[in-house]
Write a protein that binds this ligand. Structure first.
Ligand code: ADE
Length: 352
């Protein structure tokens, strides 16, 4: 299934998180890419630390921070880096894990001044929990209702000044009251090839890999869809291949052969991407065609196509999304070796 594909930007399994843990940058100095974001975050962290040392009291927390962007770009990694730079503890949970407001109490009451609470997939926070979190974010206070009916009353429990870091792939789904309570708001972008090459070089050295040229690293970077999680996953596949078939050295041909074997082409497209593009080309004359129609033709889930196939195709200009549906572009037709009479829809204003 699509969700298990080598090129999925989502974690493949809990074991992958463990494998990636060793490759994660720990400090802001080790973090590669996202330069503007890193600069603005560094200033905010340094300012909070300077105010703390001037006041001589307990640490002043960093403002609540919202990190948004596609999966696999390092939102969780960044939360760990921020906590480390602040010299604070990081506690992690996620929107779907917090079913009731009271689920938050244990998280909030154990926080020490300046600690960081990280909530992944914060757009999936149920509304009652969201309302519970407002006084905690604004006044460092938790309002708990005890008893019921006539005897119901609200008890206020103070919590220590802390920083909430929320991460989301769907910033648009956040309610505006929640969004407005974040003082810092950062978007993570897809990484360019040179940053991915630096990340891969760093990972290869941490894994003790022998690489014979920068071309070999570039060949992996070009297939990594702008996403460090995919880059590190491809590197692990190449490592296995090189160990078994190429005498242990990662060469450009080992990269090409290993990833061809996995069905990944030189631009980082796999069978599912090519199938999706061919469906639009062959069945719908290049589009425009609605997502649900494509999904039904391919016998795939439309959510999967929208979340894990379309973002990269849109980003590299292989797909146009218009009011009338999805259309191929000249670039994707060329890549597939197709001759298409492209409809005018591809030049309509894209939806985003
Ligand atoms: N590993 C994964 N993402 C990284 C990044 N942004 N910088 C350094 N190493 C990484």
């Amino acid at each position: 299934m699509a969700t298990e594909r080598l090129l999925s930007p989502k974690p493949a399994a809990p074991t992958e998180d463990l494998a990636n843990h060793a490759l994660r940058p720990e400090t802001i100095g080790e973090y590669i890419g996202q330069r503007d974001l890193i600069e603005r975050l560094t200033i905010a962290i340094d300012a909070a630390k300077m105010r703390t040392s001037k006041a001589g009291g307990p640490p002043e927390p960093l403002e609540h921070t919202l990190l948004h962007g596609p999966p696999g770009l390092g939102k969780t990694t960044l939360a760990h880096v921020v906590a480390k730079e602040l010299g604070s503890n990081l506690y992690t949970t996620s929107g779907p894990a917090l079913a009731r407001g009271t689920d938050l109490v244990s998280h909030l009451t154990r926080l020490q001044p300046g600690d960081v609470l990280f909530i992944d997939e914060i757009h999936r926070l149920p509304t009652p929990v969201e309302e519970f979190i407002y006084p905690a974010m604004e006044d460092f206070r938790i309002d708990v209702t005890v008893d019921a009916g006539l005897h119901a009353r609200t008890v206020q429990i103070p919590c220590k000044p802390f920083t909430l870091i929320g991460a989301t792939t769907r910033a648009g789904l956040l309610s505006s009251p929640l969004r407005s309570r974040f003082g810092l708001n950062h978007h993570l972008r897809y990484y360019d090839h040179s940053d991915l090459a630096l990340i891969l070089t760093r990972s290869a050295s941490l894994l003790g890999l022998r690489i014979d040229s920068t071309d070999a690293i570039d060949a992996i970077a070009r297939r990594s869809r702008g996403t460090p999680r995919i880059a590190n996953r491809l590197l692990r596949r190449v490592r296995d291949y090189a160990q078994v078939r190429a005498g242990g050295t990662v060469t450009t041909s080992a990269v090409t052969e290993a990833l061809e074997l996995e069905g990944v082409d030189h631009l980082g497209l796999d069978e599912l991407d090519r199938n999706y593009l061919r469906t639009i080309a062959a069945t719908y004359k290049g589009g425009p065609v609605g997502l649900e129609t494509i999904a039904a033709t391919m016998n795939e889930d439309s959510g999967t196509l929208e979340d894990v196939v379309e973002p990269y195709l849109l980003q590299i200009g292989f797909l146009a999304r218009t009011r009338r549906g999805r259309s191929l572009t000249q670039a994707s037709a060329d890549h597939l070796g197709l001759t298409l009479v492209l409809p005018t829809a591809t030049t309509e204003q894209a939806l985003f």
